[in-house]
Design a protein around this ligand. Structure first.
Ligand SMILES: C[S@@+](CC[C@H](N)C(=O)[O-])C[C@H]1O[C@@H](n2cnc3c(N)ncnc32)[C@H](O)[C@@H]1O
Length: 154
């Protein structure tokens, strides 16, 4: 059920289609002052691009194997295991994340749209998120078709 708190969230949800768009968005959204949570980092290809612009990065993945490999390949970046659905562990990092990159297998199709919105709203309600960049063609397409009703005169 909808509640007023949910409607007060101000964080921007940016839908990107494919990994090229996802990574291209770093140029626009990442600054050196940010504190970034990346979810679904695999072995850190995108993490490295984010890290070039922002050192305050926590790159995460559900797979311990990926995280172990990422740590070996990119020792300057902080990598931790995190299941996107386990927000308690995200809170345990004790970082005030203001931007999030999310590329999790299984969450990019149309059927996952509600899951993505619920998940990103959950993160936006506990962290001071300004922008959440998600690799999801479905979110991008949905966003293109939406406008906010502002009344007859607007
Ligand atoms: C397409 S890969 C990510 C590629 C990476 N973002 C990049 O740019 O190179 C998707 C990743 O999502 C991770 N993943 C799948 N389910 C997850 C979950 N529930 N929580 C966090 N990561 C998850 C997988 O282990 C996999 O590494």
């Amino acid at each position: 059920m909808a509640n007023e708190r949910q409607f007060k969230l101000k964080s921007l949800l940016v839908g990107t289609r494919g990994v090229a768009e996802y990574r291209a968005s770093i140029e626009k959204y990442v600054t050196s002052d940010d504190c970034i949570l990346e979810i679904g980092c695999e072995w850190g290809t995108t993490s490295e691009l984010i890290h070039k612009k922002c050192k305050n990065l926590m790159a995460t993945d559900i797979s311990l194997k990926c995280i172990e490999r990422a740590r070996i390949m990119r020792p300057k970046i902080q990598f931790e295991v995190l299941d996107v659905f386990d927000i308690r562990t995200a809170l345990s990092f004790k970082m005030a994340f203001n931007k999030m990159y999310i590329d999790v297998s299984g969450l990019s199709g149309y059927r996952s749209l509600l899951d993505v919105i619920a998940l990103t709203d959950m993160y936006a309600s506990v962290f001071p998120m300004e922008a959440i960049i998600v690799k999801s063609g479905a979110v991008k397409n949905f966003a293109k078709r939406c406008i906010e009703w502002k009344g007859i005169l607007n």
